[in-house]
Design a binder for this molecule. Sequence first.
Ligand code: ATP
Ligand code: MN
Length: 484
Amino acid sequence: MSLTPIKQLLQSAEIGQTVTVKGWVRTKRESKNAIFIAINDGSTIHTIQAVTEPGRFSEDVIRLVTTGACVAITGTMVESQGSGQRVEVQATDIHVYGPADPDKYPLQPKKHSLEFLREIAHLRPRTNTFSAVLRIRHALAFAVHKYFNDNGFYYLHTPIITASDAEGAGEMFRVTTLDLNNLPRTEEGAIDYKQDFFGREANLTVSGQLEGELGALALSKIYTFGPTFRAENSNTTRHLAEFWMIEPEMAFYELEDNMNLAEDFLKYLVGYALENCIDDLKFLESRLIDEEKAKPQAERSPMPLLEKLRFVHENEFERVTYTEAIDILLKSKPHKEKKFQYPVGWGVDLQSEHERFLVEKHFKKPVILTNYPREIKSFYMKQDEDSSAAPGPTVRAMDVLFPGIGEIIGGSQREDNYEKLLARVHEVGIDPANIWWFLETRQFGSAPHSGFGLGFERLILFVTGMGNIRDVIPFPRTPKSADF
Ligand code: ATP
Ligand code: MN
């Protein structure tokens, strides 16, 4: 049997046509002359309305048609008498697949807080807000693959279990099959990982980059898009323990090419959402406008959602070096008035408050910060030639900062010189034996190359205007929380 999604029925069903609608009841309204049932099947933010008159169906059936129940309604498409919809279904048959006890079903038609909805993550996809977010998430995942495919990149599947802990020391989730109550020990009393599944310590990946580089040094342009795990105990609105990261890696790209790609890619994704998700974006925009009314003026966002997306889509990102950014921060009002919580000075790692000042107050547009101090960035970033422009050694790093989000992309040109890379590996205390394969690519056909990581949920946060990263992934994993 072919079933037409509600989205399509609302757009193109013809008057007089017999249709079957399957979905979940959002509301039922009974008046003297008519019963109105609003049904949603997740294909669109909109509901379709089924209408019948009292007495046409048995009391027993109508009683089961309540908010949350799953139904199949067959009927004739008619022009709607009410406002708000073009067509409605004059019901000739109602079947209830699954009732939802109105005394127990938690999603009654009223406003629910996002906090409450997190506690019922098994049902929240049935709300307007979450179904909109999930549809946008889908569209953007598709757009990621489309962009790269259209631009000659190959999708490389990098491993989820890794034994190279070069990147995330301390932030990694351990993978083991050892009996935690009876750990094998070496003669010295240390845990004997030789007896573990992989014969060595293993973890969940914090980034596919190192393996991504191996792909780029053969296929020229690759990307990864997969789950990424960080055991960072930072309970922020921008960090998850399990998130999805997109990491392109390109041979023959230098820092500037990398920036151009990052900017073009982000604009493409925002444009894709504007073109393909407009109903959902409009819904989320009106939701935000309602929410903002409750906030003090100073905390309200200066632009409605769609305007903000168009602004990013149409305007050049500002490109600034870290050194210039520190100067701006040192001269800034919040610094002079000691309003920043964290110190500012050349060499410090920028905090979210600094990034957001630069983006939201100073430049008022997305910013790409480059050439960070070597000491605060990863060992694999390409070292800059010494120059008088910066007070200390810098690397060819770039972070893309977005309004309301802070860092959305982190990337760099990679160190392709074997001696320099090896020296850095020693300096930061990584055992070269752990990443011998990574180092070897700099001995066999090394090439200038660059790449970056885009946190998929940070992108979704930006595009949907949602305030908490827990609300843009179906089943969030955060400290002390992995239900559902
Ligand atoms: P932050 O300083 O915000 O923690 P980071 O410097 O650790 O980010 P990278 O290691 O450069 O980030 O990772 C690349 C991208 O992955 C980031 O720009 C961000 O979009 C995303 N990201 C990083 N950590 C998380 C996380 N815990 N949850 C969701 N997204 C993340
Ligand atoms: Mn981090």
